[in-house]
Ligand binder design. Structure first.
Ligand code: NAP
Length: 305
């Protein structure tokens, strides 16, 4: 029986674990993929107070190290379900059955797709959801990025340092992302913007992406862009499937929990991007982590076996 199980090893989950371990609780973090979550794919974090500029992967490596030094255990397991059990919870993962007294859900989000024919098949053959991971494969080539948020802007900036040209395709006339990133992107000679436009078709040659058809939704005109890489950065969706039967979620599937991170099920806390909230940032994720970690400790203390 572990005091606190944390589902998800991103910034929110690791922070919750760190706080709980520091408070003397036994804590296991369950993470099916590489720890660190989405921030691993952020080339440079420039808005974390006190750290003027740090690569996202470095941030998560440091956070993991810090948590482990404080006694947090990390297990590479994906949570597939859970149920209440006595005074606590029984959690099933892809390879184990675990028991805990309190549960922190910090499962984050996963990328949204465009839902275009061939999109799934072309992943790794020209379509990517991670510029930091796959950008170097397109060195010297023409690429495009879809989206108008911070991720798309950061991706375009990152790719512009590697690729011959980057076309930023956004469905509206204004970017959603922060002004600083917009200004940086607009100042790059090899970033071209296609505003008010959507990708309508993925074009292929010899099994790989060769271009895209883009339609301007104002003029109605379509044109083909020759690109070998298409980076899709159109936001995210929560990964709360295993929990939504027992815990209330909003219409988009985010776990309903307020600033206190308490879910509808006592003893279960939600932290980070998987929680319904207005601002999803690294800072708000670690803020949730601290709140959820301490709330879980309190729950364990107030509900002894
Ligand atoms: P986001 O802010 O939700 O932006 C998604 C973008 O994709 C929007 O511009 C949206 O267009 C567009 N989009 C959505 N569905 C689309 C579709 N089907 N077809 C075409 N375009 C579509 O997502 P994000 O950029 O991944 O950012 C997520 C959160 O992480 C944000 O809070 C962001 O600030 C944060 N973030 C922060 C940093 C940083 O701090 N450095 C870096 C990356 C992300 P509309 O604008 O028209 O809705």
């Amino acid at each position: 029986m572990t005091d606190i199980l944390v589902a998800g090893g991103g910034p929110a989950g690791l922070t919750a674990a760190l706080y709980a371990a520091r408070a003397g609780k036994s804590v296991v973090v369950l993470e099916g993929n590489a720890p660190g979550g989405q921030i691993n794919f952020s080339p440079l974090v420039e808005n974390y107070p006190g750290l003027p500029s740090i690569p996202g992967s470095q941030f998560s490596e440091d956070l993991l190290h810090q948590a482990e030094e404080l006694g947090v255990e990390l297990e590479y397991e994906s949570v597939t379900g859970f149920r209440t059990h006595g005074n606590g919870f029984q959690v099933t993962t892809d390879c184990a059955l675990r028991e805990c007294r309190a549960l922190v859900l910090a499962t984050g989000v996963q990328h949204r797709t465009l839902g275009l024919p061939g999109e799934e098949e072309l992943v790794g053959q020209g379509v990517s959801y991670c510029a930091v991971c796959d950008g170097p494969f397109y060195a010297g080539k023409a690429t495009a990025v879809v989206g108008g948020g911070d991720t798309a802007l950061q991706d375009a900036l990152f790719l512009s340092g590697i690729c011959s040209q980057v076309t930023l395709i956004h469905r509206r006339e204004e970017f959603r992302g922060t002004r600083r990133l917009v200004e940086q992107a607009l100042a790059r000679d090899n970033i071209v913007c296609e505003m008010d436009s959507t990708v309508e078709e993925l074009l292929t040659r010899e099994g790989g992406l060769s271009g895209v058809t883009v339609r301007n939704r104002i003029t109605g005109q379509a044109k083909q862009l020759e690109v070998e890489g298409l980076f899709i950065a159109v936001g995210q969706q929560p990964q709360n499937g295993p929990f939504s039967a027992l815990i209330a979620v909003d219409e988009d599937g985010y776990l309903l929990a307020g600033e206190d991170c308490k879910t509808s099920l006592p003893g279960v806390f939600a932290a980070g991007d998987c929680r319904s909230k207005g601002v999803r940032q690294l800072t708000t994720a670690v803020g949730d982590g601290a709140v959820a970690g301490l709330a879980a400790c309190r729950w364990v203390d107030e509900h002894p076996n």
